[in-house]
Design a protein around this ligand. Structure first.
Ligand code: HEC
Ligand code: HEC
Ligand code: HEC
Length: 404
């Protein structure tokens, strides 16, 4: 080979390498995509078999039937390997598939729309590093007429506005980072904001607390009793990162969010979320509480003494970080007692995270206590030691037994 020919060949090779470099994302972008994928908890919904993370197939129940999550691995036929960056961005930003079909909002795109395009493409870059898995998605199992995706056009028109998060210039960078994480990738409102009949967020009650999967996701605003008014910012960050703090433990759906998502947040991101939540003004007033009947309180006290004081103590003080204290407990004083009923019915194993590896457990009482007894003890702890919350009816417990 002549020298000029060799030079041309080397230049061409350098160009090819350069082009490949320009196309493949940097390790920093992939790492940012990985942490956003954790913050958005993509894995919780898009994994049915833990041995095949992100391969989809998990059944997501909605009030209208079930949808199955698609495969997000780079398999070209059954995953998203053949998608362009624009396809991926449109799915997260607009809720529209590459073929133009509308997604159901069981896919939290109404929140993901707030992500910046750079962040969405960082997530895509991370997903592209996964091992391709062949796994086709079962078709949705929805009741008529919602099995017609075209209806989602109407839903979107009524309830969905796409739009990237716009920073609030009157607030600090930390607050804006927290707002971005909570309203965008974290999709906290998907569980914590009450829904309309059609499953859209009630925008007049943001983070006002909502029922989800047989539990109640408490309000996250600054309501004095059932909100986060008495939690410090550091306490909120501790709860998100370790699954418990001196006030409460994550025991239901929030436990999965903690394990798969918030326990992986950096300190700065957890503190940003806490700063944003601490600044949420109290929305709706606390419900006014009529004191429960003396009989119900007396029955509840008797059950509490017999079954609960071994761990929670006579004065409800428990042992912070091991047995959550009941006085002043926000989740316990929620207008809707479903989480309290659920934990008494089914018990709970304290979630373990790298920061709080030791577990504990709350026994299940569904076989020991009648619906009336559970209603009475729940009413008692919701109205003792300075707590105040509406009395619990036995039929709420009866219904809770069938909810999951
Ligand atoms: C709360 C559960 C949930 C979470 C969290 C979630 N998804 Fe999904 N996702 C779904 C469901 C359900 C669908 C299917 C919707 C449908 O069939 O209309 C879906 C669909 C998708 C699709 C369309 C795929 C296709 O083949 O058409 C993409 C892309 C996607 N999700 C990406 C993500 C990413 C990225 C994240 C994290 C940033 C994420 N999802 C988090 C539930 C979820
Ligand atoms: C899948 C539904 C779901 C999602 C998503 C979710 N939460 Fe929760 N959260 C719950 C439920 C249910 C509870 C009640 C306790 C439990 O499940 O252990 C809870 C409890 C909490 C608590 C404790 C409140 C108290 O008074 O004890 C905080 C704080 C919290 N969540 C913050 C968040 C933040 C911040 C996000 C978003 C990053 C988020 N949650 C996302 C369902 C959810
Ligand atoms: C063996 C010890 C033990 C006994 C007995 C026990 N609990 Fe618990 N309780 C726990 C633990 C541990 C937790 C935290 C569970 C978790 O991490 O989710 C808990 C959590 C709770 C919570 C949730 C508090 C929160 O912060 O959200 C309530 C309410 C509760 N218990 C009520 C009761 C009642 C009522 C009884 C009696 C009928 C009872 N417990 C008996 C150990 C116990």
């Amino acid at each position: 080979m002549t020298r000029p020919a060799l030079a041309i060949l080397l230049c061409a090779a350098a160009l090819v390498v350069g082009a490949a470099r320009a196309e493949s994302p940097s390790p920093e972008i992939i790492a940012r995509g990985h942490s956003l994928t954790d913050a958005a908890d993509c894995a919780s919904c898009h994994t049915s078999d833990p041995a095949q993370p992100f391969a989809g197939g998990k059944r997501i129940d909605t009030p209208f039937g079930a949808v199955y999550t698609p495969n997000l691995t780079p398999d070209r036929e059954t995953g998203i390997g053949s998608w362009s960056d624009d396809d991926f961005y449109r799915a997260l930003h607009e809720g529209i598939s590459p073929s133009g079909a509308r997604y159901y909002p069981a896919f939290p795109y109404p929140y993901f729309t707030k992500l910046t395009r750079d962040d969405v493409l960082a997530i895509r870059a991370y997903l592209a590093t996964l091992k391709p898995v062949r796994h086709a998605t079962p078709p949705p199992d929805l009741t008529w007429p919602l099995n017609h995706r075209v209806l989602m056009r109407g839903w979107n028109w009524l309830y969905f506005t796409s739009g990237t998060y716009q920073p609030n210039p009157a607030k600090s960078d930390q607050w804006n980072r927290g707002a971005y994480l909570v309203e965008g990738p974290g999709h906290c409102g998907a569980c914590h904001t009450p829904k309309t009949f059609f499953g859209a967020d009630r925008t007049d009650q943001m983070f006002g607390g909502s029922e989800i999967g047989g539990w109640f996701a408490p309000r996250l605003d600054s309501a004095p009793r059932s909100g986060l008014a008495s939690w410090s910012a550091a306490g909120i960050a501790e709860y998100l990162q370790s699954g418990r703090n001196g006030k409460s433990h994550a025991g239901g759906p929030m436990a999965e969010v903690v394990v798969n998502s918030t326990s992986k947040l950096s300190d700065a991101d957890a503190q940003a979320i806490a700063a944003y939540l601490k600044d949420l003004p109290a929305g709706a007033a606390e419900p006014s509480v009529t004191p429960p009947s003396p009989e119900q309180m007396a029955n509840g006290a008797k059950i509490y003494k017999g079954a609960c004081i071994a761990c929670h103590e006579t004065d409800g003080s428990g042992s912070p970080h091991v047995y959550p204290p009941l006085p002043g407990n926000a989740n316990l004083q929620s207008a809707d007692p479903l989480s309290t009923i659920r934990i008494i019915l089914d018990g709970a194993h304290t979630v373990t995270t790298p920061r709080a590896p030791n577990t504990g457990s709350m026994p299940a009482y569904k076989n020991e206590l009648s619906d009336q007894a559970i209603a009475d003890v729940a009413t008692y702890i919701r109205n003792s030691w300075g707590n105040a919350a509406p009395a619990v009816l036995a039929r709420k417990v009866t219904r809770a037994r069938t909810q999951h």
